[in-house]
Design a protein around this ligand. Structure first.
Ligand code: MN
Length: 224
């Protein structure tokens, strides 16, 4: 690979400029209804995992169906974009570290993930593959004042599959940042996919996917 932009994709910022993407952090089971549909009888605290930044694909028109799976699934997620880094960030100061928000989908090879869980192996390869992290342009935080109460909605071929509210996150944005920065320092350009509500489901080649979060740029693409 010679294209350096592959390793740090530039994400357009609405209103002007580009953001050099850093790492892609993801929160697991940050909505109780999704935790329940994944088989969690008793609610547990959410947790983190990471996808390489090479998984990012900005404003895709098509998404390639990945290899090694027969069960590609969608997870619509609010993406938090870190503008100012830090470690052990206090909950009260957390939003001052956010530069903006985006619409994202945590694409998952669900069959591979289930197999990894059953064998008590890492699930990295079920979450990390080419184009596993579609993302919209970034809306600056000042232009997204209501994001913490926004509705998320993902439709496939015009049929609503996922509909939830950011307000239902077990860890709100400030908690996510406080928690994550207690594990390691956050850096400018880091993205945090903050978890998905219930309704995750299988995608097939030819499916038209629309993901929208109120107040943010939507995603609209076809599985090729
Ligand atoms: Mn997810």
């Amino acid at each position: 690979m010679t294209d350096a932009s592959v390793f740090s994709p530039d994400i357009p910022v609405l209103g002007g400029g580009d953001l050099a993407a850093g790492r892609v952090f993801c929160v697991g089971r940050n909505y109780a209804d999704h935790a329940a549909e994944m088989g969690d009888a008793v609610p547990e605290p959410p947790f983190f995992f990471i996808k390489p930044a090479t998984c990012l694909v900005v404003r895709p028109a098509t998404l390639s169906y990945p290899p090694r799976t027969a069960d590609l699934q969608h997870e619509i997620e609010l993406v938090v974009v870190i503008g100012k880094g830090g470690r052990d960030i206090a909950r009260e100061a957390a939003l001052t570290h956010v530069t903006g928000y985006a619409t994202g989908i945590d694409m998952t090879r669900r069959d591979m993930q289930a197999d990894a869980k059953a064998k008590r192996r890492p699930w990295d390869m079920s979450k990390s593959f080419d184009e596993a992290a579609p993302v919209s342009a970034v809306t600056p935080i000042a232009a997204a004042p209501a994001v913490e109460s926004a509705v998320l909605r993902l439709s496939v071929n015009g049929e609503v599959r996922q509909e939830g509210c950011v307000a239902d996150m077990i860890w709100p944005v400030a908690d996510v940042i406080a928690e994550l920065s207690s594990y390691m320092a956050l850096l400018p350009g880091d993205l945090i996919y903050t978890g998905t509500p219930a309704g995750v489901g299988t995608l097939l080649q030819g499916d038209r996917v629309r993901a929208e979060i109120e107040g943010l740029e939507p995603l609209d693409f076809t599985i090729a």
